[in-house]
Design a protein around this ligand. Structure first.
Ligand code: IFM
Length: 440
Protein backbone atom coordinates (compact mmCIF):
# COMPACT_ATOMS: atom_id res chain seq x y z
CA UNK A 1 0.00 0.00 0.00
CA UNK A 2 1.24 3.46 -0.81
CA UNK A 3 -0.31 5.91 1.64
CA UNK A 4 1.21 9.40 1.67
CA UNK A 5 4.17 9.74 4.07
CA UNK A 6 2.33 12.20 6.30
CA UNK A 7 -0.80 10.04 6.51
CA UNK A 8 -2.00 9.92 10.12
CA UNK A 9 -2.70 6.57 11.81
CA UNK A 10 -4.87 6.51 14.90
CA UNK A 11 -7.61 4.80 16.84
CA UNK A 12 -10.80 6.13 18.41
CA UNK A 13 -13.00 5.73 21.48
CA UNK A 14 -15.69 7.76 23.23
CA UNK A 15 -16.19 8.83 26.83
CA UNK A 16 -19.29 6.90 27.87
CA UNK A 17 -18.12 3.75 26.11
CA UNK A 18 -14.81 3.42 28.00
CA UNK A 19 -14.44 5.75 30.97
CA UNK A 20 -16.66 4.22 33.63
CA UNK A 21 -16.42 6.21 36.91
CA UNK A 22 -19.93 7.35 36.21
CA UNK A 23 -20.43 9.08 39.54
CA UNK A 24 -16.83 9.77 40.52
CA UNK A 25 -15.22 13.14 41.26
CA UNK A 26 -18.39 15.16 40.73
CA UNK A 27 -19.38 13.87 37.27
CA UNK A 28 -23.01 14.71 36.54
CA UNK A 29 -25.54 12.16 35.29
CA UNK A 30 -25.83 11.67 31.52
CA UNK A 31 -28.74 10.51 29.39
CA UNK A 32 -27.00 7.17 28.93
CA UNK A 33 -26.69 6.66 32.70
CA UNK A 34 -30.40 7.35 33.04
CA UNK A 35 -31.32 5.15 30.05
CA UNK A 36 -29.27 2.17 31.25
CA UNK A 37 -30.42 2.48 34.83
CA UNK A 38 -34.12 3.01 34.16
CA UNK A 39 -34.88 1.36 30.79
CA UNK A 40 -32.60 -1.69 31.00
CA UNK A 41 -34.76 -3.62 28.53
CA UNK A 42 -33.29 -1.40 25.80
CA UNK A 43 -29.70 -2.45 26.57
CA UNK A 44 -28.43 -6.04 26.17
CA UNK A 45 -27.87 -7.90 29.46
CA UNK A 46 -28.94 -4.79 31.37
CA UNK A 47 -25.39 -3.54 30.84
CA UNK A 48 -24.37 0.05 31.51
CA UNK A 49 -21.29 2.25 31.21
CA UNK A 50 -20.96 2.49 35.01
CA UNK A 51 -17.55 0.80 34.96
CA UNK A 52 -16.94 0.10 31.26
CA UNK A 53 -13.14 -0.18 30.71
CA UNK A 54 -12.42 1.91 33.80
CA UNK A 55 -10.36 4.13 31.53
CA UNK A 56 -10.88 7.02 33.94
CA UNK A 57 -8.50 5.27 36.34
CA UNK A 58 -6.44 3.30 33.81
CA UNK A 59 -5.75 5.92 31.16
CA UNK A 60 -1.97 5.74 31.70
CA UNK A 61 -1.96 2.01 30.98
CA UNK A 62 -4.13 2.66 27.93
CA UNK A 63 -1.81 5.32 26.54
CA UNK A 64 1.09 2.91 27.04
CA UNK A 65 -0.83 0.35 24.94
CA UNK A 66 -1.38 2.99 22.25
CA UNK A 67 2.42 3.39 22.17
CA UNK A 68 2.85 -0.35 21.74
CA UNK A 69 0.59 -0.21 18.70
CA UNK A 70 2.48 2.82 17.43
CA UNK A 71 -0.53 5.14 17.20
CA UNK A 72 0.23 8.64 15.98
CA UNK A 73 -3.13 10.07 16.99
CA UNK A 74 -5.90 9.23 19.44
CA UNK A 75 -9.49 10.33 18.98
CA UNK A 76 -11.50 10.52 22.20
CA UNK A 77 -14.49 12.45 23.46
CA UNK A 78 -15.12 14.51 26.55
CA UNK A 79 -17.99 13.67 28.89
CA UNK A 80 -19.73 17.05 28.99
CA UNK A 81 -21.20 16.32 32.44
CA UNK A 82 -17.79 15.51 33.92
CA UNK A 83 -16.81 19.09 33.20
CA UNK A 84 -20.18 20.80 33.67
CA UNK A 85 -22.23 18.47 35.90
CA UNK A 86 -25.41 20.44 35.17
CA UNK A 87 -24.50 20.96 31.51
CA UNK A 88 -24.09 24.68 32.05
CA UNK A 89 -23.02 26.77 35.04
CA UNK A 90 -20.41 25.72 37.60
CA UNK A 91 -17.33 23.94 36.26
CA UNK A 92 -16.12 20.74 37.92
CA UNK A 93 -12.38 21.21 38.18
CA UNK A 94 -11.75 17.52 38.85
CA UNK A 95 -13.46 16.61 35.58
CA UNK A 96 -11.38 19.09 33.62
CA UNK A 97 -8.25 17.81 35.31
CA UNK A 98 -8.89 14.29 34.08
CA UNK A 99 -8.83 15.45 30.45
CA UNK A 100 -5.82 17.62 31.17
CA UNK A 101 -3.89 14.62 32.53
CA UNK A 102 -4.98 12.48 29.59
CA UNK A 103 -3.88 15.10 27.06
CA UNK A 104 -0.52 15.54 28.82
CA UNK A 105 0.02 11.80 28.83
CA UNK A 106 -0.73 11.63 25.10
CA UNK A 107 1.53 14.53 24.24
CA UNK A 108 4.37 13.10 26.31
CA UNK A 109 3.97 9.87 24.33
CA UNK A 110 4.07 11.75 21.02
CA UNK A 111 0.40 10.97 20.25
CA UNK A 112 -1.73 13.78 18.80
CA UNK A 113 -5.04 14.26 20.64
CA UNK A 114 -8.15 14.54 18.43
CA UNK A 115 -10.85 15.74 20.78
CA UNK A 116 -14.57 15.31 20.15
CA UNK A 117 -16.76 17.57 22.24
CA UNK A 118 -19.97 15.58 22.00
CA UNK A 119 -20.30 11.84 21.46
CA UNK A 120 -23.89 11.26 22.62
CA UNK A 121 -23.59 11.57 26.44
CA UNK A 122 -25.81 14.63 26.92
CA UNK A 123 -25.95 15.83 30.53
CA UNK A 124 -29.22 14.58 32.03
CA UNK A 125 -29.81 18.00 33.61
CA UNK A 126 -30.09 19.44 30.09
CA UNK A 127 -32.25 16.55 28.89
CA UNK A 128 -34.63 17.43 31.73
CA UNK A 129 -35.02 20.78 29.96
CA UNK A 130 -35.72 19.16 26.60
CA UNK A 131 -32.18 18.34 25.53
CA UNK A 132 -31.40 19.02 21.89
CA UNK A 133 -35.08 19.63 21.16
CA UNK A 134 -34.80 22.86 23.14
CA UNK A 135 -33.53 25.81 21.01
CA UNK A 136 -31.45 26.86 24.03
CA UNK A 137 -29.27 23.77 23.44
CA UNK A 138 -27.33 25.78 20.85
CA UNK A 139 -26.23 28.22 23.54
CA UNK A 140 -25.58 25.42 26.06
CA UNK A 141 -23.19 23.78 23.63
CA UNK A 142 -21.49 27.09 22.92
CA UNK A 143 -20.91 27.61 26.65
CA UNK A 144 -19.45 24.11 27.04
CA UNK A 145 -17.24 24.63 23.97
CA UNK A 146 -15.93 27.85 25.46
CA UNK A 147 -15.00 26.11 28.73
CA UNK A 148 -13.20 23.25 26.99
CA UNK A 149 -11.33 25.33 24.44
CA UNK A 150 -10.15 27.87 27.00
CA UNK A 151 -8.80 25.06 29.13
CA UNK A 152 -7.26 22.72 26.55
CA UNK A 153 -6.80 25.02 23.57
CA UNK A 154 -3.11 25.47 24.38
CA UNK A 155 -2.50 21.73 24.00
CA UNK A 156 -5.18 20.33 21.69
CA UNK A 157 -5.21 21.55 18.11
CA UNK A 158 -7.80 19.22 16.51
CA UNK A 159 -11.39 19.78 17.64
CA UNK A 160 -14.48 17.93 16.47
CA UNK A 161 -17.83 19.31 17.51
CA UNK A 162 -20.22 16.36 17.15
CA UNK A 163 -19.92 12.67 16.53
CA UNK A 164 -22.69 11.35 14.26
CA UNK A 165 -25.38 13.96 14.96
CA UNK A 166 -27.75 12.07 12.65
CA UNK A 167 -27.71 9.12 15.08
CA UNK A 168 -28.41 11.41 18.04
CA UNK A 169 -31.42 12.89 16.28
CA UNK A 170 -32.95 9.93 14.51
CA UNK A 171 -31.99 6.92 16.65
CA UNK A 172 -32.66 8.88 19.85
CA UNK A 173 -35.85 10.67 18.84
CA UNK A 174 -37.39 8.71 15.93
CA UNK A 175 -36.34 5.05 16.16
CA UNK A 176 -36.16 5.19 19.98
CA UNK A 177 -33.14 2.89 20.35
CA UNK A 178 -31.03 5.48 22.15
CA UNK A 179 -31.97 7.96 24.85
CA UNK A 180 -34.32 9.62 25.26
CA UNK A 181 -36.06 6.73 23.45
CA UNK A 182 -38.60 8.89 21.61
CA UNK A 183 -40.38 7.93 18.39
CA UNK A 184 -41.40 11.27 16.95
CA UNK A 185 -40.05 12.24 13.54
CA UNK A 186 -40.85 15.93 13.93
CA UNK A 187 -38.84 16.15 17.13
CA UNK A 188 -36.01 14.25 15.43
CA UNK A 189 -35.85 16.92 12.70
CA UNK A 190 -35.91 19.64 15.33
CA UNK A 191 -33.03 17.97 17.20
CA UNK A 192 -31.02 17.58 13.98
CA UNK A 193 -31.54 21.28 13.28
CA UNK A 194 -30.29 22.33 16.70
CA UNK A 195 -27.28 20.02 16.48
CA UNK A 196 -26.34 21.68 13.19
CA UNK A 197 -26.82 25.17 14.63
CA UNK A 198 -24.76 24.19 17.69
CA UNK A 199 -21.93 23.10 15.42
CA UNK A 200 -22.09 26.49 13.69
CA UNK A 201 -22.16 28.33 17.02
CA UNK A 202 -19.17 26.39 18.40
CA UNK A 203 -16.95 27.01 15.37
CA UNK A 204 -16.02 30.67 15.99
CA UNK A 205 -15.43 29.92 19.68
CA UNK A 206 -12.98 27.15 18.78
CA UNK A 207 -11.23 29.40 16.27
CA UNK A 208 -10.98 32.23 18.76
CA UNK A 209 -9.78 30.22 21.75
CA UNK A 210 -7.46 27.74 20.04
CA UNK A 211 -4.39 29.03 18.21
CA UNK A 212 -3.98 27.19 14.87
CA UNK A 213 -7.12 25.19 15.56
CA UNK A 214 -8.32 22.55 13.13
CA UNK A 215 -12.07 22.16 13.17
CA UNK A 216 -14.11 19.16 12.08
CA UNK A 217 -17.31 17.20 12.54
CA UNK A 218 -17.75 13.43 12.23
CA UNK A 219 -20.72 12.05 10.33
CA UNK A 220 -22.06 8.52 9.94
CA UNK A 221 -22.25 8.18 6.17
CA UNK A 222 -23.41 5.18 4.17
CA UNK A 223 -23.30 4.91 0.39
CA UNK A 224 -26.75 3.89 -0.82
CA UNK A 225 -27.35 1.31 -3.53
CA UNK A 226 -30.59 0.40 -5.29
CA UNK A 227 -31.57 -3.23 -4.73
CA UNK A 228 -32.77 -3.58 -8.35
CA UNK A 229 -32.04 -1.66 -11.57
CA UNK A 230 -35.51 -0.16 -12.21
CA UNK A 231 -35.87 3.62 -12.02
CA UNK A 232 -38.16 3.51 -9.00
CA UNK A 233 -35.42 1.80 -6.98
CA UNK A 234 -32.82 4.32 -8.14
CA UNK A 235 -35.14 7.06 -6.91
CA UNK A 236 -35.58 5.23 -3.60
CA UNK A 237 -31.79 5.11 -3.20
CA UNK A 238 -31.61 8.86 -3.84
CA UNK A 239 -34.27 9.45 -1.15
CA UNK A 240 -32.40 7.36 1.40
CA UNK A 241 -29.25 9.28 0.52
CA UNK A 242 -31.17 12.48 1.20
CA UNK A 243 -32.53 11.20 4.50
CA UNK A 244 -29.25 9.88 5.87
CA UNK A 245 -26.39 11.67 4.15
CA UNK A 246 -27.49 14.87 2.44
CA UNK A 247 -29.61 16.05 5.38
CA UNK A 248 -26.35 16.67 7.24
CA UNK A 249 -23.89 17.26 4.39
CA UNK A 250 -25.86 19.89 2.47
CA UNK A 251 -26.31 22.23 5.46
CA UNK A 252 -22.65 21.83 6.48
CA UNK A 253 -21.22 22.48 3.03
CA UNK A 254 -23.94 24.47 1.25
CA UNK A 255 -25.92 26.08 4.06
CA UNK A 256 -29.27 24.65 2.95
CA UNK A 257 -31.32 21.52 3.42
CA UNK A 258 -31.76 19.39 0.27
CA UNK A 259 -34.86 20.73 -1.49
CA UNK A 260 -36.12 17.32 -2.67
CA UNK A 261 -36.11 16.06 0.92
CA UNK A 262 -37.70 19.19 2.32
CA UNK A 263 -40.70 18.67 0.05
CA UNK A 264 -40.83 14.94 0.74
CA UNK A 265 -40.81 15.20 4.55
CA UNK A 266 -42.54 18.58 4.73
CA UNK A 267 -45.53 17.25 6.75
CA UNK A 268 -43.14 16.04 9.45
CA UNK A 269 -40.94 19.11 9.73
CA UNK A 270 -41.18 21.26 12.86
CA UNK A 271 -42.36 24.87 12.55
CA UNK A 272 -38.87 26.36 12.33
CA UNK A 273 -37.21 28.65 9.84
CA UNK A 274 -35.15 26.12 7.89
CA UNK A 275 -33.02 28.85 6.32
CA UNK A 276 -31.33 29.46 9.68
CA UNK A 277 -29.36 26.29 9.02
CA UNK A 278 -27.11 28.50 6.93
CA UNK A 279 -25.17 29.19 10.14
CA UNK A 280 -23.96 25.56 10.13
CA UNK A 281 -21.98 26.15 6.94
CA UNK A 282 -18.76 27.28 8.58
CA UNK A 283 -15.48 26.47 6.80
CA UNK A 284 -14.29 23.06 7.99
CA UNK A 285 -10.66 22.03 8.23
CA UNK A 286 -11.72 18.43 7.93
CA UNK A 287 -14.75 16.24 7.52
CA UNK A 288 -14.71 13.14 9.72
CA UNK A 289 -16.14 10.13 7.92
CA UNK A 290 -17.39 7.19 9.98
CA UNK A 291 -17.85 4.26 7.62
CA UNK A 292 -19.08 0.78 8.50
CA UNK A 293 -21.51 -0.41 5.82
CA UNK A 294 -23.70 0.45 2.87
CA UNK A 295 -27.50 0.56 2.56
CA UNK A 296 -29.33 -1.36 -0.14
CA UNK A 297 -32.93 -0.24 -0.67
CA UNK A 298 -36.01 -0.98 -2.75
CA UNK A 299 -38.96 1.26 -3.48
CA UNK A 300 -41.92 0.39 -1.26
CA UNK A 301 -45.10 2.49 -1.18
CA UNK A 302 -46.11 1.05 2.18
CA UNK A 303 -43.12 2.41 4.05
CA UNK A 304 -43.71 6.06 4.87
CA UNK A 305 -42.42 8.68 4.72
CA UNK A 306 -39.53 7.61 2.50
CA UNK A 307 -41.40 4.89 0.54
CA UNK A 308 -38.54 2.44 0.67
CA UNK A 309 -37.31 -0.59 2.57
CA UNK A 310 -33.86 -1.97 3.30
CA UNK A 311 -32.71 -5.35 2.04
CA UNK A 312 -29.64 -7.47 2.69
CA UNK A 313 -27.94 -8.87 -0.43
CA UNK A 314 -28.16 -12.68 -0.36
CA UNK A 315 -24.43 -13.35 -0.61
CA UNK A 316 -23.46 -10.66 1.91
CA UNK A 317 -20.54 -11.32 4.28
CA UNK A 318 -21.45 -9.94 7.71
CA UNK A 319 -19.88 -8.95 11.03
CA UNK A 320 -21.17 -10.15 14.40
CA UNK A 321 -23.57 -7.19 14.38
CA UNK A 322 -25.08 -8.44 11.10
CA UNK A 323 -23.59 -5.48 9.22
CA UNK A 324 -22.61 -6.20 5.63
CA UNK A 325 -18.86 -6.09 4.96
CA UNK A 326 -18.58 -3.95 1.86
CA UNK A 327 -15.20 -2.24 1.44
CA UNK A 328 -15.98 -1.01 -2.09
CA UNK A 329 -18.55 1.26 -0.50
CA UNK A 330 -15.79 3.19 1.26
CA UNK A 331 -14.11 4.01 -2.06
CA UNK A 332 -17.40 5.04 -3.64
CA UNK A 333 -18.40 7.16 -0.65
CA UNK A 334 -15.11 9.06 -0.42
CA UNK A 335 -14.88 9.76 -4.14
CA UNK A 336 -18.46 10.99 -4.11
CA UNK A 337 -17.83 13.24 -1.09
CA UNK A 338 -14.84 14.77 -2.82
CA UNK A 339 -16.81 15.40 -6.00
CA UNK A 340 -20.00 16.72 -4.43
CA UNK A 341 -18.67 18.63 -1.41
CA UNK A 342 -14.89 19.13 -1.94
CA UNK A 343 -13.93 19.08 1.76
CA UNK A 344 -10.53 20.62 2.52
CA UNK A 345 -9.51 17.29 4.04
CA UNK A 346 -11.15 14.11 5.24
CA UNK A 347 -10.24 11.70 8.00
CA UNK A 348 -11.76 8.30 8.46
CA UNK A 349 -12.67 8.97 12.07
CA UNK A 350 -14.23 5.52 12.55
CA UNK A 351 -14.03 2.22 10.70
CA UNK A 352 -13.98 -1.25 12.18
CA UNK A 353 -15.89 -4.44 12.87
CA UNK A 354 -17.38 -6.43 15.73
CA UNK A 355 -16.59 -10.12 16.03
CA UNK A 356 -16.99 -12.68 18.83
CA UNK A 357 -13.40 -12.68 20.06
CA UNK A 358 -12.13 -15.22 22.59
CA UNK A 359 -8.96 -15.37 24.63
CA UNK A 360 -7.16 -18.59 23.69
CA UNK A 361 -5.48 -20.92 26.18
CA UNK A 362 -2.12 -19.31 25.46
CA UNK A 363 -3.54 -15.89 26.34
CA UNK A 364 -3.66 -14.53 22.78
CA UNK A 365 -6.69 -13.25 20.88
CA UNK A 366 -6.70 -14.34 17.28
CA UNK A 367 -9.09 -12.25 15.15
CA UNK A 368 -8.40 -12.98 11.48
CA UNK A 369 -11.78 -11.66 10.37
CA UNK A 370 -11.03 -8.24 11.84
CA UNK A 371 -7.61 -8.24 10.18
CA UNK A 372 -9.27 -9.06 6.86
CA UNK A 373 -11.79 -6.27 7.44
CA UNK A 374 -9.03 -3.72 8.05
CA UNK A 375 -6.97 -5.00 5.14
CA UNK A 376 -9.83 -4.72 2.67
CA UNK A 377 -10.98 -1.32 3.91
CA UNK A 378 -7.47 0.13 3.86
CA UNK A 379 -7.11 -1.09 0.28
CA UNK A 380 -10.43 0.58 -0.54
CA UNK A 381 -9.25 3.76 1.15
CA UNK A 382 -6.05 3.73 -0.85
CA UNK A 383 -8.06 3.43 -4.05
CA UNK A 384 -10.14 6.44 -3.03
CA UNK A 385 -6.98 8.46 -2.42
CA UNK A 386 -5.67 7.44 -5.82
CA UNK A 387 -8.95 8.64 -7.32
CA UNK A 388 -8.53 12.07 -5.74
CA UNK A 389 -10.20 11.85 -2.31
CA UNK A 390 -8.30 14.14 0.10
CA UNK A 391 -8.12 11.66 2.98
CA UNK A 392 -5.36 12.54 5.43
CA UNK A 393 -5.73 9.94 8.15
CA UNK A 394 -7.47 6.84 9.49
CA UNK A 395 -8.77 6.07 12.99
CA UNK A 396 -9.61 2.45 13.69
CA UNK A 397 -12.77 1.88 15.70
CA UNK A 398 -12.01 1.05 18.32
CA UNK A 399 -8.87 1.25 20.40
CA UNK A 400 -10.38 -1.25 22.84
CA UNK A 401 -13.50 -3.32 23.36
CA UNK A 402 -16.15 -1.15 24.98
CA UNK A 403 -19.81 -0.49 25.76
CA UNK A 404 -21.49 -0.81 22.38
CA UNK A 405 -24.61 1.18 23.32
CA UNK A 406 -27.80 -0.91 23.14
CA UNK A 407 -25.69 -4.03 22.48
CA UNK A 408 -23.95 -3.60 25.83
CA UNK A 409 -20.64 -5.46 26.08
CA UNK A 410 -21.71 -8.30 23.77
CA UNK A 411 -20.16 -6.82 20.68
CA UNK A 412 -16.41 -6.33 20.61
CA UNK A 413 -14.87 -3.78 18.21
CA UNK A 414 -11.46 -3.33 19.85
CA UNK A 415 -7.88 -3.71 18.73
CA UNK A 416 -7.39 -4.46 22.41
CA UNK A 417 -9.39 -7.17 24.17
CA UNK A 418 -10.80 -6.12 27.54
CA UNK A 419 -11.70 -8.70 30.17
CA UNK A 420 -14.50 -6.81 31.92
CA UNK A 421 -14.15 -8.84 35.12
CA UNK A 422 -10.46 -8.22 35.70
CA UNK A 423 -9.97 -5.20 33.39
CA UNK A 424 -6.99 -7.03 31.90
CA UNK A 425 -6.11 -5.72 28.46
CA UNK A 426 -4.68 -7.96 25.70
CA UNK A 427 -3.52 -6.77 22.30
CA UNK A 428 -5.42 -8.76 19.69
CA UNK A 429 -3.66 -10.06 16.58
CA UNK A 430 -5.37 -7.22 14.73
CA UNK A 431 -3.53 -4.72 16.93
CA UNK A 432 -0.24 -6.32 15.89
CA UNK A 433 -1.36 -6.24 12.27
CA UNK A 434 -2.21 -2.53 12.66
CA UNK A 435 1.14 -1.86 14.38
CA UNK A 436 2.97 -3.41 11.41
CA UNK A 437 0.84 -1.47 8.96
CA UNK A 438 1.69 1.80 10.72
CA UNK A 439 5.39 0.91 10.79
CA UNK A 440 5.26 0.02 7.12
O1 IFM B 1 -19.60 2.36 18.86
C1 IFM B 1 -20.12 3.18 17.86
C2 IFM B 1 -19.62 4.60 18.03
O2 IFM B 1 -19.92 5.11 19.30
C3 IFM B 1 -20.25 5.50 17.00
N1 IFM B 1 -20.09 4.96 15.68
C4 IFM B 1 -20.42 3.58 15.46
C5 IFM B 1 -19.72 2.71 16.49
C6 IFM B 1 -20.07 1.23 16.25
O3 IFM B 1 -21.45 1.04 16.37
Amino acid sequence: MAFPKDFLWGAATSSYQIEGAWNTDGRGETVWDRFCHTVPSKVANRDSGDVACDHYHRYREDVALMCQIGLQAYRFSVAWSRVLPEGIGPVNKKGLDFYSRLVDELLAAGIQPYLTLYHWDTPQALQDRGGWANPASVQWFAEYTDVMTRYLGNRVQNWTTHNEPWIVAFVGYFYGGHPPGMTDLTTAYQVAHHLLLAHGAAAPIIRQNVPNSRLGISLNLNPIYPGAPETEHLSAAFRQDGFLNRWMLDPLFKGVYPADMVSLVEPYLPPIDLTTVQSAAVPLDFLGVNYYLRNVVLHDDNELPLRLRHIMPEDAQKTALGWEIFPEGLTALLVRLQQDYAPAAMYITENGSAFDDQVLADGTVNDPQRIAYFESHLAALEQAIEQGAAVKGYFAWSLMDNFEWSHGYDKRFGLIYVDYTTQKRTLKQSALYYRDKIRG
